[in-house]
Design a protein around this ligand. Structure first.
Ligand SMILES: [Zn+2]
Length: 268
């Protein structure tokens, strides 16, 4: 019964609040949509409509949020859950968008009870059961930096957090194995940390070495932005991400003969 009510509500929103055709056509050329077929685009458009109905996107520091900005953010957030469900983003509402990088300034207590003060500059941030915070400059900047996508990065954290906080292992599907995921990601993470330490040729953003959670978020960015990079350099991880997101973006890219080149990594 609840499922039927939910479907009725979703259909009503899709009928009355759909993304305008002109705006949709303008934005479906984002790099992360390369190779999407008609059915996938239609499914994504519905997901974007439902997402925008459920979320509030507010500008900080007097940034005015336009319809185009709302849809740009929603498209990239919805790519991750295209074959999952909008419920992955439930229990929180707000997305705050700063014009530029913003300052994170807070105290936290570690497991020993010692209080630490954090004061850093960031381009994105996700709170457990709280808002997602984004820098608009970094969202637009991503167009010139293949492989970098702050929206996908932060929403990957949101998905990861659903399973005991952000730890690099989201709640896996029944056809997946937690031990296999842990083994594959742990080995790749430790090898990557060594490469960062020795300054060896890095394939992805060295920020991924910060923690297993950042490793998962950065790999998710590249998985959707430049999937052939992940498939070639991290084939076992590619398999796990494809199983988890239920998508095979490399297959989409292989059809389009892309310039699959990663730009120079940047600190986030
Ligand atoms: Zn992160």
């Amino acid at each position: 019964m609840l499922g039927r009510i939910k479907n009725w509500q979703r259909n009503r929103i899709l009928r009355h609040e759909g993304v305008p055709e002109q705006l949709w056509r303008k934005l479906i050329h984002l790099r992360c949509l390369k190779g999407f077929n008609v059915d996938e685009l239609s499914q994504l458009r519905d997901c974007v409509t439902l997402f925008l109905h459920a979320k509030q996107i507010n500008g900080a520091h007097e940034l005015e949020i336009t319809d185009e900005m709302r849809v740009v953010i929603a498209i990239q957030a919805c790519i991750l859950i295209l074959k999952l469900d909008l419920d992955y983003y439930e229990n929180w509402i707000e997305i705050i968008v700063y014009p530029d990088d913003f300052i994170r300034d807070f105290n936290f207590a570690d497991s020993s009870g010692i209080v630490h003060h954090v004061h850093t500059i960031a381009s994105g941030e996700s709170w457990l059961a709280g808002p997602v915070i984004l820098s608009w400059r970094d969202i637009t900047h991503a167009a010139d930096h293949p492989g970098h996508n702050v929206v996908i990065h932060e929403f990957a954290h949101k998905i990861d957090m659903l399973n005991d906080g952000a730890n690099g292992c989201p709640e896996l599907h029944p056809n997946m194995n937690t031990h296999t995921w842990y083994e594959i990601f742990s080995q790749a993470y430790h090898k990557f940390c060594q490469q960062v330490e020795y300054g060896q040729g890095l394939i992805i953003d060295p920020y991924a070495a910060e923690s297993p959670a950042e490793f998962f978020a950065v790999l998710s960015e590249v998985f959707f932005e430049l999937p052939l990079i992940i498939k070639h350099h991290f084939p076992l991880i590619y398999e796990q991400l494809a199983l988890f997101y239920r998508q095979d973006p490399a297959q989409r890219w292989e059809k389009t003969k892309p310039n699959n080149k990663l730009s120079r990594p940047e600190q986030k």
